[in-house]
Each structure stands twice: as structure tokens, then as C-alpha cells.
Design a binder for this molecule. Sequence first.
Ligand SMILES: NC(=O)C1=CN([C@@H]2O[C@H](COP(=O)(O)OP(=O)(O)OC[C@H]3O[C@@H](n4cnc5c(N)ncnc54)[C@H](O)[C@@H]3O)[C@@H](O)[C@H]2O)C=CC1
Ligand SMILES: O=C(O)C(=O)COP(=O)(O)O
Length: 469
Amino acid sequence: MAAYEINNLQNDFQQSLALSGSPGVVSTSPTQSFMNTLPRRLSVSKQQKVLKPFSTGDMKILLLENVNQTAIEIFKGQGYQVEFHKGSLPETELIEKIKDVHAIGIRSKTKLTANVLQHAKNLVVIGCFCIGTNQVDLDFAAKKGIAVFNSPFSNSRSVAELVIAEIISLARQLGDRSIELHTGTWNKVSARCWEVRGKTLGIIGYGHIGSQLSVLAEAMGMHVIYYDIVTIMPLGTAKQVPTLDELLRKADFVSLHVPESPETKDMISAPQLAAMKDGAYLINASRGTVVDIPSLVAAMKVGKIAGTALDVFPNEPRKNGAGTYNDELNGWTSELISLPNVILTPHIGGSTEEAQTAIGMEVATSLTKYINEGNSVGSVNFPEVSLKALDYDQENTVRALYIHQNVPGVLKIVNNILSDHNIDKQFSDSCGEIAYLIADISSVNQSDIKEIYEQLNQTSAKISIRLLY
Ligand SMILES: NC(=O)C1=CN([C@@H]2O[C@H](COP(=O)(O)OP(=O)(O)OC[C@H]3O[C@@H](n4cnc5c(N)ncnc54)[C@H](O)[C@@H]3O)[C@@H](O)[C@H]2O)C=CC1
Ligand SMILES: O=C(O)C(=O)COP(=O)(O)O
């Protein structure tokens, strides 16, 4: 059957099913006041073998925070509707916009809390176009059947390189010398300026970024020690130390590379700063909540800490612009900027052309595969399930995507519903309270589809359903 014929059939079917809203979207659970995206036919471009959902024009994607152009091209290539914003949105505006969209792409700034997500009626998937996912309520999203994807290491190298630049800049007081000369002062000094060769770098969190940094720092002749909650194989001649305290006592430079979590909140505060060597340096390019800045300011004022580089802050402005970084945002700002040897950057650790292009492609591809095929591999809050792309040349084949509560007896009920047809392939997995089943079913007539959908929709463990055909 030619693709256009399939599409025409789908059009009719969608129209007959549409109860409200855009064609193909019906309320599956009116009492719970959320809607699922219903059945969409995938059409195949035979020349390019690219799978595209039918009615791609229905698929709405909201992209915030200047997500890279590569992502926009991938989504537009799929025919999705793309709404793009350079900054993040105030919460009330975000709530309005999220009501409608099927997918949202954000970076580290936009907070997708339970309060925001509860308004998302059609949302199927969230893309974090960054490493961190702390800005999303992952459990709440999973319980609503919304998969979340990120890019786990596309910007690690960029962050590690920035930190190397900061280590040398702090050791040589580069920021201050540069500001002085920009303002007409020649101040040639060597007092308390150091080579980094032979100094000790203490890395807190030896994951993707911490371990990259370790390799680069050793290449400059630094000794590397690291602290992590798990035992990790050292790279080069780096050494893991058993306690944070030991790292703080031994390191000349301390660099933080942990995620935001309840355990890492204020991980560096007054007692930890007191434990550091006199005249040591502190670098934070992880999350703003990890360092208690008033304590850092106090430690710098008494000369305990000789310099600091901060790329992340407890509160960060919503968008670029003059006057956005001030005491109104973070009460200690004026005090911090008045101190010597303080390098402040606007959360640019991962902001390189290379990283952003790679992230754009990776996350947009994950989202597209999830939307078009149900493939959840790489999701951070969902069971990872995939089946080879459906052969859309084959007629009467349907892929059921069934997200459900992970409770006993569900597969028996679901397979009973599907049992009148031929289940060609099936893959199911669970993750905590959530389980996800993909099943390819053949020998399904157009008239059966609505029935399958309605029966699945009545199962008590159902969270959300999509049928691709
Ligand atoms: N400034 C920027 O632009 C960027 C900042 N980041 C931040 O850097 C963080 C780290 O990134 P990756 O290295 O890719 O993460 P990762 O997950 O690969 O590594 C994090 C490491 O921290 C360790 N860890 C977790 N809790 C800890 C604790 N309480 N004490 C000691 N170690 C602990 C983990 O075991 C893990 O080895 C991200 O979560 C993100 O918040 C990431 C990219 C860019
Ligand atoms: O990747 C991360 O976690 C980052 O912190 C980078 O965030 P961004 O994409 O620059 O908002």
C-alpha cells in the first residue's frame, strides 16, 4: 500500500476518533484529567528509509534556552511543529505552553517541577539538552508516563577544559591583571603567583567530567587526588582518597564535579573551607547549590582561600542581558564581586560549539526515536525498552506502547487483549514503580485498532498508551 493511501486512511480514522483538540488526540482518561497522544501512522520514505509519523504536523515541540540549531533541524525534518525560545520562561507562561505540547526541550535552567508537569496534558517526552537532570522531577514525570532523556557526556570535555583554564588563571591572578589593564593600571607582580606544575588538584566527583579533568591536569604536571562516593578506577597516576576531609587537607586546588542532590547541597561550607590548606583555590562548575557562597566569601576575606572560580550559582538569570546578575538574584553578589581573584562565568562550562552541536543531535535523535518508535534506550527515568523499527511496508501491523504501573498480573491482562492477533515481538521492562511494554502485533484490521486501544485504556494499571500503525 502506498504511503499516501495509508495516510488517507489514517486521516479518516483520526477524525472519527477525535473527541476534542487536534485530530488524533483523544482523552484516554478524562477523570484523571490528562490526555494521551493517540495512534499515529508512521509513513516511510522508501528512498531515505526515514520513519516519519503520519500527521507530523500535529506533533508540537517547545524548545527553550537556545537549544542548538541541529535539534531544530532534526525536528523540522520530521515535520514536527517547533516553537523556539532563546531563554527560559517564567513559570506561569511555562504552565500555559506546556498544556499543549507533546515534547519539550530544555537546558539546565528550566524547572519542570510536579507543579508544572501536572498541567501537561499531552506531554510524551522531555529532552534535557545538557548533562544535569536535577531541574526535572523525574519520578513525577515517570508516574505520568513521560520519558526524560539527556546527553550524558557530550559537554564533559568542554567543562574539563574550562576548569584547566581556571586553574592556571587563578594561580596567576589572570582575571585581576586583565581587569587592571582594561582600566589603565599596569601592575606587574609575581607575589603569590604560581606555576601549577607539581601542585595537587583535588577532584570531588570522579565521573565523566572529573576523570577528563584528571587526565588533562596530569598532562600539566599536577598531582591528582579524588574523592567519590563510589570506588572508581584511577586514570594515570591519580589516587582516590577515602574521605572528603583528606582531599580538602591535601589539595592546593579543589574542583567540584558532583550532581545536585540532597547529599551535595552545601557540600562545601564553613567547616570544609576551614579544612582546606591555607591559600588554596576552589572551583565550582557543578551546581550552584553545592557551595555555600557566604561561607566562601568569609573564607576569602581572611585569606584562607586565595581565589575562586564559579560557573554556577544558586539562582541564575532566566536569560542573557545586562543587569541580570545582581543582589536581587543572590544577596551576596556585590560582596563576591568586590573580592580579588574571583573568576565568575555565566554557566558556560558546556557552552562550546562542539558540545552544543553534539548535544543537539544526540537529544533530538533520542526524542525522535521515542516519539516515532517508542524506543526508550538512554532514558534517565524509564525502563529502557526497544524493538527494531516496525516494518511499515507490512500491512495490518501495529506497535503498542503501553506504560503501566509495575504491579502483578498486568502482562496477563494485556496479552489477553492482544491475543486475538499475532504478537510478532514483545519487550517489557520495569524500573521501580513504572513498567513499559512494546509489542508489535500483526493481523490487525483498521476496525480492530480502536478496540485494542479502548481495551488497553480500561486496564487499571495503565499510565499511558500509544499505538503506532
Ligand atoms: N557548568 C556546566 O556547564 C556543567 C555542569 N555540569 C554539572 O556537573 C555534574 C557532573 O557531571 P558528570 O561528571 O558528567 O557526572 P557523572 O555522573 O559522570 O559524575 C558525577 C560523579 O559524582 C559522584 N558523586 C555523586 N554524589 C557524590 C557525593 N555526595 N560525594 C562525592 N561524589 C559524589 C558520582 O559517584 C559520580 O562519579 C553534572 O551533574 C552537572 O550538574 C555538567 C555539565 C556542564
Ligand atoms: O550539562 C549540564 O548539566 C550543564 O550544566 C550545562 O547546562 P546548560 O546547557 O549550559 O544550561
